[in-house]
Design a protein around this ligand. Structure first.
Ligand SMILES: [Zn+2]
Ligand SMILES: [Zn+2]
Length: 869
């Protein structure tokens, strides 16, 4: 309160806590023994009506009242409805008066009252009584009143102009009386404190509802958004439960009757849609709304269900039952509440509608997006669904490169739908996709529950949490002709990797740079999509890092400060079971360790229990690089040409024989004749069974066969030179020469070539010794059959061997291992403890070997062949 000044009224009447401005002004005037009309004129506010001032004070009103009463402008504003703007009242902008409030149709222009409170305070009125949400007095457990029982008019605190100062707690509304030949307006004068009011049961549902609402209104400063949303939902449920009473009282759950009972037993007056303004209707609606509020779960699920059901009946009758009309009916409710209302339709909806309205999500959620929000969502989405999410969502049935790509595009498009009226086609346009009917059709065969749920969850999470990449901008800025690739730096890296500069590879690298920036596969005309996938998978680490730096440089060029790549965190959408593979179930440590150790893709795929496509998505998501198996790159080719189509012309076997053997033409010369490359000629020679002696220029092998690779194959994997030569499609001599030239220490003579070398798998020391012995594959095959056989003779019989031969074979293995593998004396036969480990390893190796040879058509080394040393 301000200092005492000359302008202040020399008598001080303090306001009561929570008192409305008009009530306080009326009390002040009474204290000064004048009417408020006179009082207002006296303080310099002639023409201002206290009832209207209690809605919102004008600047000058606040100023003047503050001067004459000593209350601060803030204290004065707190006695008006102004702080509730947008929450419970709506002011007309720039002028006096109010528009329809956000909730209910009670404008707060008159005041409700508790007779007992008026009695206690000798006629002081609370501001809360002008709120639509006030319907009960918690202190006196009364339903509030709003009309004078005598004159049946709405009451208010402000007195009349005539008849002198008002009497506290008496009806001030005028009524006309004829005096002689004049009609005069006199106050009704009924003692409002004596009005009979409905008594509410202590801790009954109505009083609980009032407490709940009061707490929400208290929260309005700490959490304005949340209070507004909750009041909105209460209103949505409140008026619908009133409408439900009129629609189908018969099926109403017990609690509805209890609330009616508490408020006097009769039906509420206003049940038509959203029109309720009277205190009793609002009390009933609010009490029911509180019990039905679905967040976090409805206190009374049956009531919630009944409200949704009757509301559906009502809106179907009015607007039809389409999901869009339903969505419109709930558009003012919170996204969660409207989501629940729409979720009732889920079973009847198409995939597109389920995605659009999010009806399949575990916590239904729906709101209508603005154009701006739609644009923001589109900007957050890459052309193709993020790899880790694709990995979880892609079913094994769709796990092949092309289907996976289609699926990724389709899923990314679907992410545009939640909260919009877009259809699939227009959504593709927003992402600058070409419409792809195959992708769209593919979705029909996909498990729709999961897709509809996950897409909706992800879309809403992206809207709420935001994505750190603006793909719309990237799509605008980066195209194949606008991205920059530092070619000199690329050349340096290529040289280090031992690559010569090939335009085709540079094209691939540009393509991958664009892919990194756009999260998409740009339409590729010249190369097969699998070429790109394989290139990405085997991209050497230095090149991968280089591309990442290049992507950053391209972003920097446009002043864009974003991560190059980003994926929504795993917990942005949940389902019970993923149709694809949950990367949570994959041992990341093991995966990157195996990848770094140079294990082949096929082996990793098996080890991790994935499909190749899922494995590649996994690698893409985590940036794992698989060391390329040298075979496909170095072996001239393992494929046979166009199954069964015979070579013709210069490549026909007889002509080849003639030119190559008799005329001693080179492969290059024959290639020129045939119009193909020299290596094709070599291939044709091999197909024709013509051996090709080494005719290469000096030093060609140093350039094409890497020393590290050769040492690994020869020394570490223990393969013989002929074995390696066979893989490279060469004679053994150049390989032996190269081993000498590289000064790789020679293998101990007498050791056999490791038959498991093609598997790229790390062997235990014991197995590494066993596999260099003669005929070891066959011996191991026999060995693993032994446990469980009754005795050696039976085992030998089962294997079609004499038992002495079997014993000899096993003894030979045990001589190498240095420990017994099988306990001979038990029946049935069993493995020893170290034997069990060896057998398990042998079993795995043999299995892998069988698969490997079934996958490879030609050029496989024969296991156990004697080396040349
Ligand atoms: Zn009271
Ligand atoms: Zn009256």
């Amino acid at each position: 309160m301000k200092e005492w000044t000359d302008q202040r009224i020399p008598i001080w009447v303090p306001p009561l806590p929570g008192e409305a401005l008009d009530s306080w002004l009326e009390a002040y005037a009474r204290r000064l023994r004048v009417t408020t009309h006179v009082f207002m004129a006296f303080v310099g506010l002639r023409g201002s009506r206290p009832s209207r001032m209690t809605e919102r004070l004008s600047g000058s009103e606040r100023e003047i009242l503050s001067q004459v009463t000593g209350l601060s402008p803030q204290e004065l504003a707190a006695m008006t409805l102004e702080p509730y703007e947008g929450l419970t009242v709506t002011f007309k902008s720039g002028q006096d008066g109010m528009n329809r409030p956000p909730t209910w149709r009670y404008y707060g222009t008159h005041s409700r009252f508790c007779p007992a409170c008026l009695d206690d305070t000798r006629g002081r009125w609370l501001l809360a009584w002008r709120q639509p949400w006030s319907f009960a007095c918690l202190r006196h457990r009364r339903l509030l009143l709003e009309r004078c029982p005598a004159c049946e008019q709405f009451v208010r605190a402000q007195g009349t102009r005539v008849g002198g100062p008002s009497k506290p707690a008496h009806c001030t509304r005028g009524r006309h009386r004829t005096e002689g030949c004049r009609r005069v307006l006199v106050a009704c004068g009924f003692s409002l404190a004596q009005s009979p009011a409905q008594i509410l049961p202590a801790s009954g549902l109505v009083l609980q509802a009032q407490q709940h609402v009061d707490a929400l209104l208290q929260d309005r400063f700490s959490q304005p958004g949340s209070a507004r949303t909750q009041l909105h939902d209460m209103y949505s449920l409140g008026w619908r439960s009133l409408a439900g009473l009129a629609t189908d009282l018969g099926s109403a759950p017990r609690v509805v009757h209890q609330v009616l009972e508490e408020t006097g037993g009769a039906m509420p007056i206003q049940t038509h849609a959203q029109d309720a303004t009277d205190v009793r209707s609002i009390a009933i609606g609010t009490a029911l709304a509180r019990l039905a509020d679905p967040r976090p779960t409805p206190a009374d699920p049956k009531l919630f269900e009944w409200i949704l059901k009757t509301s559906d009946q009502l809106s179907t009758a009015q607007d039809g039952s389409s999901p869009s009309s339903r969505a419109t009916a709930w558009r003012r409710a919170s996204p969660h509440l409207s989501g629940y209302a729409l979720a009732r339709l889920d079973a009847d909806l198409t995939l597109i509608a389920r995605v659009r309205y999010g009806t399949a999500a575990p916590r239904p959620y729906w709101r209508s997006l603005t154009q701006d929000q739609i644009r923001r969502r589109a900007a957050s989405l890459p052309d193709k669904l993020w790899p880790s999410w694709t990995m979880r969502l892609l079913t094994p049935a769709l796990a092949n490169g092309r289907s996976a790509d289609r699926f990724r595009r389709a899923a990314s498009t679907l992410l545009m739908l939640p909260g919009t009226r877009l259809d699939y086609g227009p959504a593709t346009a927003l992402l600058d996709h070409k419409p792809n009917a195959k992708a769209r059709r593919m979705l029909d065969s996909y498990p729709q529950d999961v897709l509809a749920s996950v897409i909706a969850q992800l879309a809403w999470a992206i809207d709420e949490q935001g994505a750190p990449i603006d793909y719309a901008r990237r799509r605008r800025l980066f195209r194949e002709d606008t991205i920059r690739l530092d070619l000199p730096a690329l050349n340096t890296i290529s040289t280090k990797l031992g690559w010569d500069s090939e335009p085709a590879r540079t094209r691939l690298i540009r393509w991958h740079l664009l892919d990194l920036l756009l999260g998409s596969s740009p339409e590729s005309v010249q190369d097969k999509i699998t070429t790109h996938h394989r290139f990405r998978l085997h991209m050497p680490r230095p090149l991968k890092d280089f591309l990442h730096d290049q992507a950053e440089a391209n972003l920097e060029r446009f002043g864009i400060d974003e991560p190059v790549r980003w994926e929504p965190p795993d917990d942005w959408a949940t389902v019970d079971t993923w149709p694809g593979f949950d990367s949570d179930n994959i041992d990341h440590g093991l995966a990157s360790h195996l990848a770094a150790a140079g294990f082949s893709e096929a082996l990793l795929v098996r080890e991790l229990g994935l499909t190749t496509t899922h494995f590649r998505l996994y690698c893409e998501s985590l940036g794992i690089t698989i060391t390329p198996s040298p075979k496909p790159a170095r072996r001239p080719t393992g494929r046979t040409r166009g199954k069964g189509v015979p070579r013709v012309g210069p490549l026909a076997p007889d002509q080849l024989h003639d030119r190559y053997i008799k005329q001693k033409m080179t492969t290059a010369q024959i290639g020129r004749l045939a119009g193909c490359s020299g290596s094709t000629v070599s291939q044709a020679l091999r197909e024709a069974g013509i051996s090709t002696p080494q005719r290469r220029p000096n030093g060609v092998f140093e350039r094409t066969i890497d020393r590290d690779w050769l040492e690994t194959e020869y020394r570490i994997k223990g393969r013989s030179a002929p074995d390696i030569a066979r893989e490279l499609g060469l004679h053994k001599n150049p390989v032996i020469k190269l081993i000498k030239k590289y000064e790789i220490p020679r293998n101990t003579p007498g050791l056999h070539s490791n038959p498991f070398a093609p598997l790229d798998i790390q062997l235990s020391p014991t197995m590494a010794a066993v596999n260099r012995t003669p005929n070891c594959v066959q011996r191991l095959r026999h060995l693993i059959q032994l446990p469980g056989q009754p005795h050696v003779a039976a085992a030998a019989k089962a294997l079609g061997l004499r038992d002495s031969v079997l014993r000899y074979q096993i003894n030979a293995i045990e001589k190498t291992t240095g420990f017994p593998v099988i306990t001979w004396r038990t029946s049935p036969l069993a493995a020893t403890a170290p034997g069990r480990e060896l057998l398990a390893e042998a079993e795995l190796l043999l299995l892998l070997l069988d698969r490997h040879s079934s996958q490879t058509v030609t050029g496989e080394p024969q296991p156990g062949r004697r080396s040349a040393h």
